[in-house]
Design a protein around this ligand. Structure first.
Ligand code: SPV
Ligand code: MN
Length: 612
C-alpha cells in the first residue's frame, strides 16, 4: 500500500482491523499513487478542500468560500439503470428492484476498479450517519479518489474519525468505495462503464466511473439503500424524508415529508417561518413514550438550484449569496459568478457550463440545444449557515414527529392537501404516491411514475416487506403521526391553480389538525379542509383573500381521474402481492368513489356537495 508513516499512524490509531483490511485491499486493487487518511482535524479537512481546487475538480468563484464543480455532460443525475443490488443466486426482490448476481457483479466492478486510481490520491474518510453519540448513529467509512466527493461530505455529514475510535475494533459500520475512474477535462471519461453496486451482505456500496453526487457520495443515497435493510431488521424506518418544525402559538410541531425528486420537498421543509432539521433523509425510531422520533442523517443540503430566487425560496437564496462555504454544481459560470435557471434575473449568453465553453444556441452532438445551466444543477451547503436551522439539528434523541406528508406531483388528479383516514390508510396513501418524472434521474422527463413513499429508487427489499414494515411501525406506536397527502401542481388550462407559497397554508392546516383545532370534511380519499379554516389561514399567513370558488375548484374530488389513478396503481403492483390491507384500502376507496359519483350524479364533486 502506498501510504506514508503519518497516514498509516492515523489509520492504526483507530485500532480497527476491518478498517485496515478494507483500506489495504482497495489500495491494492485501485493502485493510487498515494493514500491520505483524513481525521476530524481542521488541518485535514482543509487539506481536502484545497486538494479539490488543486486537482481542478472545483474552481474558486468570486465570493469567498464559493466553488463550482462540473460533472460530465452525460453524468448529470442518478443512474438508475446501472445501480443494482448484488444478490446471491435465486434471490427474488420483485420487478421494481434491479439486481445482479453477486459474483458476476463483483467481478465486473472489481475489473473497473483495477488501477482506477493510478496517478491519483486515495482519500480515506470517516463520518457518522445521524447525530454523534446517539442511538441513531451509524459510522461510515468513505474511500474515494474524488476530492469533490470528500469535500461535499464535509458540508453534508458529521465527521466521525473519533466515533470510529470509539468503535474499539467492532466491525459495525458501513463503507463506500468510489472512483471517478479515468478523467477527461476533470470529469469521468468512461460513463458507459458507470456502475453503482450495493452489497447488502458486506454493508458496502461500490461506485465507479461517475462523479455526480447522487451516485458517488456514499453517505447519501448509497447509505440510504443499506440502511433501509438495517432499519427493517431493527423495527424502525429509514425514509427519503425532510424534517421540519412548524411554529404556531409558541409551540413547535415536527413533520417529516417524502416527495419524489423535484416535487417541492426542499421548499416545503424550508418554508419561511419553519425551522429546518433536514431536507432529504430521516431515520425514524419509536420511543418508549409511544411516539416516533426522527433525526437528520445529514447536516447539510445538496439541493436543486433551479427556481431558487428571492421570491420563491428567500432563505436559500440568501444563503447562496452569502460568503459561506458553498459548492455549486452544473450551473453557468461567467466572470467567476454562478447563474442558474429561474434565479429571477437574466442569464449571460455565454460562459462555462456542464458542456464546457457555452454560448446561447450551442447544440449537443444529438442536435439538442444545451441550456445555460442544467435543470438538475445543485448547491451544497451546511444547514448551520441557514438562519432557519432548528435548534434540535444535532439532538441525539431526535425530535417527536407529529405528521408524515406524502407529496406527489400531478396536474389533474389529487387535491392540494388531505389527511388520511388512519395510519394504515396513510400507508396506502404513501404506497400510491405518483409523480411526473424530472431531471433528477437520467431518462425521459414528464412521465407519470409511481414512487411509493418516494423511496422506490432506493429499495433493496421486496416492496411488500417495505410496506409491511410501515404498517408494523404504526402499530408499535401509541400515538403515531397523522399522515397527509399533498399535490402542489394542480393545473387548469395549463396554469397552476395554486401559488408557490400556498403550501404554507396547507402545512399550517396540518399543524392545526395535529392539535385537533380544526374540523374536516370526510371524502372518499380522506379528510379535507373546510373553506372557513383555509380562508383564515390564507389571510393570516399570506395576507391573501381566498375565494370560495378557488377552494371548490382546488378541492374538487375528481372521480374519473382518481379512479384512473387506482387502476394505474393496481397495474403497477400487479405482480407484487402486497400486504392485505393494501387491497382492502384499494377496494374500499374505489367503492367510495363510485358511490359518491352515483350519489351526487357528477364527475367532479365539490367540497360543498359533501356538506349537504
Ligand atoms: C434526489 O434526487 O432525491 C436527491 C438528489 O436528493 S440525489 O443525491 O441525486 O439523490
Ligand atoms: Mn433525495
Amino acid at each position: 500500500m502506498n501510504i506514508d508513516k503519518t497516514n498509516l499512524e492515523k489509520l492504526n490509531a483507530l485500532q480497527n482491523k476491518k478498517v485496515l483490511k478494507i483500506v489495504e485491499s482497495f489500495a491494492e486493487l485501485c493502485k493510487p499513487d498515494k493514500t491520505t487518511v483524513i481525521t476530524d482535524s481542521e488541518d485535514d479537512i482543509n487539506y481536502v478542500r484545497e486538494l479539490s481546487l488543486k486537482n481542478k475538480e472545483e474552481i474558486p468563484l468570486k465570493k469567498e468560500g464559493h466553488t463550482v464543480h462540473f460533472d460530465g455532460y452525460s453524468d448529470q443525475a442518478r443512474d438508475k439503470e446501472n445501480t443494482k443490488i448484488l444478490v446471491p443466486e435465486g434471490t427474488v426482490l420483485g420487478r421494481h428492484i434491479k439486481i445482479i448476481d453477486r459474483e458476476a457483479g463483483l467481478k465486473e466492478i472489481y475489473s473497473f476498479f483495477d488501477g482506477a486510481m493510478k496517478g491519483k490520491e486515495m482519500l480515506v474518510r470517516f463520518f457518522c450517519l445521524g447525530p454523534l453519540n446517539s442511538r441513531f448513529s451509524i459510522p461510515a467509512l468513505q474511500i474515494t479518489d474524488s476530492a469533490y466527493v470528500a469535500h461535499s461530505e464535509d458540508l453534508l455529514y458529521r465527521s466521525g474519525y473519533e466515533a470510529f475510535k470509539q468503535l474499539k475494533n467492532k466491525d459495525e459500520f458501513f463503507y463506500f468505495i468510489h472512483s471517478a475512474g479515468e478523467l477527461e477535462n476533470y470529469t469521468s471519461k468512461h460513463t458507459d462503464k458507470r456502475r453503482v453496486y450495493i452489497d447488502l451482505e458486506q454493508g458496502r456500496v461500490l461506485s465507479v466511473n461517475t462523479q455526480y453526487a447522487g451516485n458517488t457520495i456514499g453517505l447519501k443515497k448509497l447509505a440510504l439503500r443499506l440502511t433501509i435493510k438495517k432499519a427493517i431488521r431493527e423495527d424502525w424506518l429509514c425514509e427519503h424524508m425532510f424534517i421540519s418544525g412548524i411554529h404556531n402559538k409558541g409551540r413547535v410541531t415536527y413533520f417529516t415529508g417524502a416527495f419524489p425528486s423535484a416535487c417541492g420537498k426542499t421548499s416545503t421543509a424550508m418554508l419561511p417561518g419553519n425551522t429546518i432539521i433536514g431536507d432529504d433523509i430521516a431515520y425514524i425510531r419509536p420511543r418508549k413514550d409511544g411516539r416516533a422520533y426522527a433525526v437528520n442523517v445529514e447536516k447539510g443540503i445538496f439541493g436543486i438550484i433551479q427556481d431558487v430566487n428571492p421570491n420563491d425560496d428567500p432563505i436559500i437564496y440568501e444563503a447562496l449569496i452569502s460568503p459561506e462555504e458553498t459548492i455549486f454544481s452544473n450551473v453557468l459560470i461567467k466572470d467567476q459568478t454562478p447563474f442558474w435557471l429561474g434565479m429571477g434575473r437574466e442569464l449571460p449568453k455565454e460562459g462555462t457550463n456542464f458542456s464546457d465553453e457555452w454560448q446561447e444556441g450551442k447544440k449537443d452532438p444529438d442536435g439538442k440545444e444545451i441550456p445555460p445551466a442544467h435543470k438538475n444543477a445543485r448547491y451544497t451547503i451546511r444547514l448551520s449557515g441557514l438562519k432557519n436551522v432548528d435548534a434540535n439539528l444535532d439532538n441525539p434523541g431526535g425530535v417527536p414527529v407529529s405528521g408524515f406528508i406524502y407529496g406527489g406531483r400531478d396536474s389533474d388528479t389529487n387535491i392540494p392537501v388531505f389527511q388520511s383516514l388512519d395510519w394504515s390508510h396513510g400507508v396506502f396513501t404513501g404506497t400510491c404516491l405518483e409523480s411526473e418524472t424530472t431531471a433528477a434521474t437520467l431518462g425521459k422527463e414528464g412521465e407519470r411514475k409511481h414512487n411509493p413513499m418516494a423511496n422506490l429508487d432506493f429499495l433493496v427489499i421486496h416492496i411488500s416487506v417495505y410496506i409491511e414494515a410501515h404498517l408494523k411501525f404504526g402499530r408499535s406506536l401509541d400515538n403515531p403521526p397523522l399522515i397527509f397527502g399533498t399535490n402542489y401542481f394542480l393545473k387548469e388550462n395549463g396554469k397552476y391553480l395554486n401559488g408557490m407559497m400556498d403550501k404554507k397554508v396547507w402545512l399550517h392546516w396540518m399543524e392545526l389538525r395535529v392539535h385537533n383545532e380544526v374540523g374536516v370534511i370526510k371524502t372518499p380519499i380522506g379528510f379535507i379542509p373546510k373553506y372557513e379554516d383555509l380562508k383564515i389561514l390564507f389571510e393570516k399567513l399570506l395576507n391573501k383573500e381566498y375565494n370560495r370558488e378557488d377552494y371548490e375548484k382546488q378541492f374538487a374530488i375528481r372521480i374519473p381521474q382518481l379512479l384512473a389513478k387506482l387502476d394505474r396503481i393496481e397495474t403497477f403492483y400487479k405482480d407484487d402481492k402486497l400486504p392485505e390491507s393494501f387491497y382492502t384500502h384499494l377496494n374500499a376507496q374505489r367503492q367510495r368513489l363510485i358511490e359518491a359519483k352515483k350519489r351526487f350524479g357528477k364527475d367532479n364533486i365539490l367540497p360543498s356537495d359533501f356538506n349537504t
